[in-house]
Design a protein around this ligand. Structure first.
Ligand code: CO
Length: 209
């Protein structure tokens, strides 16, 4: 239980530290949140959300799951997008994947992981969409990294498909971004997805008037 006791000790130290700098810190936080970004990332313990972006509590709305997925029928992810965009009025939505992602790796292998199978199948769908290009990459590590990037792109497309994003883009220019975090270097990379290009392509099929 020692590691849990440490957490409460850490918390008391953190509270004291914050209050020393600003004795209103927590009462101000309690008044409400106005994050400008929705961050959708992986649950991986090595990939923090706020810390790697240098943001403080209150500055980013966060959703995390295995391999930063945005399945169309996932009520949790869809609710987060709806709430962040329509109620909190975030300006940017980020899907952030990461190299060395265990979820993406598992999807490249063929082990039966029970309950995880349908979740990983969403990543295998990404593999299937980009199968020809991926199969041409002989080096396994490079193929793995490329799949991480394709997965981010496909999850961005899933976000852009939603009526919530299409409306918010029209009304106030909300945008979607795809990033990858490299655990090996600590660096964030912007995949520079062509948001407008994807959006116009998407709207031909997925538009909801
Ligand atoms: Co991961």
């Amino acid at each position: 239980m020692n590691h849990l006791n440490d957490i409460f000790k850490n918390n008391r130290r953190w509270v004291a530290d914050k209050l020393k700098k600003d004795n209103q810190y927590f009462s101000k936080l309690a008044e409400g949140q106005r994050p400008r970004i929705l961050y959708i990332g992986c649950s991986d313990s090595r990939v923090s959300a706020e810390e790697l972006m240098g943001l403080a509590p209150g500055e980013v709305f966060v959703h995390r799951n295995i391999a930063n997925m945005v399945p169309n029928t996932d009520l949790s992810a869809m609710s987060v997008i709806k709430y962040a965009v329509n109620i909190l009025k975030v300006q940017d939505v980020v899907v952030c994947g990461h190299y060395h992602c265990g979820g993406v790796k598992a999807a490249m292998e063929h082990a039966d992981l029970g309950l995880l199978n349908p979740w990983l199948r969403n990543i295998r769908d990404v593999y299937r969409i980009h199968q020809q290009k991926l199969n041409k990459i002989g080096d396994e590590e490079k193929r793995f990294r490329k799949l991480v990037e394709y997965n981010v792109r496909e999850q961005c497309i899933n976000v852009i498909k939603t009526a919530v994003i299409q409306r918010a883009w029209k009304e106030r220019g909300v945008r979607v971004h795809g990033w990858v975090f490299d655990i090996g270097t600590g660096k964030l990379k912007d995949l520079k997805i062509d948001f407008e290009g994807i959006l116009s392509h998407i709207m031909e099929v997925y538009r909801i008037d």
